[in-house]
Design a protein around this ligand. Structure first.
Ligand SMILES: [Zn+2]
Length: 71
């Protein structure tokens, strides 16, 4: 798993979509991006990333976080 390094990169980056896009194939959907979750195995994308909010959330496994790093 690359979860820890992914989270660390997200927290130190200006663009959450750019970093997560390096791990996951993200597609733009409305104001956010959607792709296959890197934290669990899935066949339909339920992993949402928002550059606007610097935030990610998986509706499949509940993984979420922001790039602010404080919480
Ligand atoms: Zn997930």
């Amino acid at each position: 798993m690359y979860s820890d390094s992914l989270i660390n990169e997200v927290r130190s980056s200006a663009s959450i979509v750019e970093i997560i896009g390096g791990y996951v194939n993200l597609r733009k959907r409305g104001r956010s991006h959607v792709g296959l979750c890197p934290f669990h195995t899935e066949k339909t994308p339920s992993f949402h990333v928002s550059d606007e909010r610097q935030w990610y959330h998986c509706f499949g496994c509940g993984a979420s976080g922001t790039s602010s790093g404080s919480s």
